[in-house]
Design a binder for this molecule. Structure first.
Ligand code: GDP
Ligand code: IMO
Ligand code: MG
Length: 430
């Protein structure tokens, strides 16, 4: 199967990094198509745990090509920092990591306005990662953005930056009461980034087209998740890009029919970091158990993640929007030791019972989950590598998810390490 997408089915942090790292052994190219340094994809490499923000999780596999595609937003300082961290682990990115010339740049004012506008929203804050993502995409959409190709042309960078600052500085000073930014200082800073990133900037659409022409295989690595999608998520508590499958076509210049398989990554329970509705949220000791056992603290910001039961309404939404073929279930081990487990099958909103995600975030905030309770299991699933090792109740839990989504679970992750995985032989996997 030449093109396989791996997509988050929930509110991000489903374990996409581990899954992509695992599958990337069997492909030629791994490509990110949206998002930016808001992503935090954890990969365990040897004895080290590394969190990647912008570089695809295939980078740990020798010889694999990694692409940061057109639909992403790139913070050059963060990218260079990541490259430096990889170098300390002996990972070289030279001639292996490519960045689209059409990807947009995250600028210092994007980060500043992100923080200032969040502070101004008070209790209605989105709880962004503070990486300037929303504002970089805002400039892209309003056609004022600076792109990687602009970074390589200093005169053009300076000119476009001056045009931007003539507006941004008014906003910073008048609305947010902040100091205006000095264009020359930014050009000097970005000049240094340009020198180091220039060799990686290329036409990634062409690279992908040529690779597919040679019969190579490509893994598309989604960031964030379906419920954080700007159109299909819990707007306005979402990110500013399209993590769902359509984003992969737009963000890599890939025709829809070129995508052969779409795999959804689902955590065995639900987490969310930041504000917005989470119908299955548990604020009791079970929620605390999930947070402690699952180490549910943001990979990018360190914030505690909100935890709750698995939500089949969310999973079914992700199945349809992304046209999922298979599910990879992660962090099953975190449920070990619970007497009972539960899955939401519908929501009660006022007098109604609904099985779809409501369009209005206020309805989603009111939603009470209709829970299907199942027996928990005492014996550990942690580290299991075969289905036979799973306690019967854990197997029933997995089967119930397959029943509720109508999709086969092709792999089950039972721990953070590569080997802690039950991987079923499947013709749709690379
Ligand atoms: P991503 O953003 O989807 O790549 O996920 P994150 O890396 O932000 O968060 C997933 C966290 O769970 C990371 O710390 C992983 O090391 C860890 N993890 C992944 N799979 C498993 C699993 O099956 N069991 C446990 N206990 N931890 C896992
Ligand atoms: P990965 O790829 C979880 C959330 C933020 C906030 C909202 C908007 O690791 O799964 P933004 O900074 O994007 O404007 O924040 O989206 N968010 C994530 N939550 N995992 C992520 O990425 C996220 N990226 C953004 O917490 O609620
Ligand atoms: Mg993450």
């Amino acid at each position: 199967m030449p093109v396989i997408a791996v997509i988050g089915t929930q509110w991000g942090d489903e374990g996409k990094g581990k899954v992509v790292d695992l599958l990337s052994e069997r492909v030629d190219i791994v490509a990110r198509y949206q998002g930016g340094s808001n992503a935090g994809h954890t990969v365990i490499f040897g004895h080290e745990t590394i969190v990647l923000h912008q570089i695809p999780s295939g980078i740990f596999r020798p010889g694999k090509v990694c692409i940061i595609g057109t639909g992403t937003v790139v913070d050059p300082a963060v990218l260079l920092q990541e490259i430096a961290v990889l170098a300390t682990h002996g990972i070289e990115v030279h001639e292996r990591l490519w960045v689209s010339g059409k990807a947009h740049l995250i600028m210092p004012y994007h980060r500043q306005i992100d923080a200032a506008s969040e502070a101004r929203k008070g209790p209605r804050a989105i709880g962004t990662t503070g990486r300037g993502i929303g504002w970089a995409y805002t400039d892209k959409m309003s056609r004022q953005g600076l792109r990687m190709i602009d970074l390589l042309d200093e005169a053009r960078l300076a000119e476009k930056l001056a045009a931007n600052l003539s507006e941004k500085n008014v906003l910073l000073e008048s609305l947010y009461g902040l100091e205006p930014l000095d264009g020359e200082a930014i050009v000097a800073e970005y000049r240094e980034y340009a020198k180091r990133l220039a060799p990686m900037v290329t036409d990634t659409e062409r690279l992908i087209k040529e690779a597919l022409g040679r019969g190579e295989t490509i893994l598309l690595e989604g960031a964030q998740g379906t419920m954080l999608d700007i159109d299909q998520g819990t707007y306005p508590y979402v990110t500013s890009s399209t993590p769902t499958i359509g984003g992969a076509c737009a963000g890599l210049g890939l025709p829809p029919k070129a995508i052969d398989v779409v795999i959804g990554v689902a955590k065995a329970y639900t987490t969310r970091v930041g504000g917005g509705p989470l119908p299955t949220e548990l604020t009791d000791e079970v929620g605390a158990h999930l947070r402690d056992e699952g180490q549910e603290y943001g990979s990018t910001t360190g914030r505690p993640r909100r935890c709750g039961w698995l939500d089949a309404v969310v999973l079914r939404h992700a199945c349809w929007i992304n046209g999922l073929d298979r599910i990879v279930l992660t962090k099953l081990d975190v449920l070990d030791g619970l007497e009972r487990v539960a899955i939401a099958t519908a929501y009660r909103i006022g007098a109604e019972t609904v099985e779809v995600i409501p369009a209005d975030v206020r309805a989603m905030e009111e939603a009470e989950p209709v829970l299907l309770e199942l027996e928990g299991w005492r014996e550990p699933t942690a580290g299991a590598t075969t289905l036979e090792e799973l306690p019967e109740a854990a197997r029933r839990y997995v089967e119930q998810i397959e029943k509720l989504t109508g999709l086969p679970i092709v792999a089950i992750s039972t721990g953070p390490e590569r080997g802690q995985t039950i991987l079923q032989p499947d013709p749709l996997l690379p």
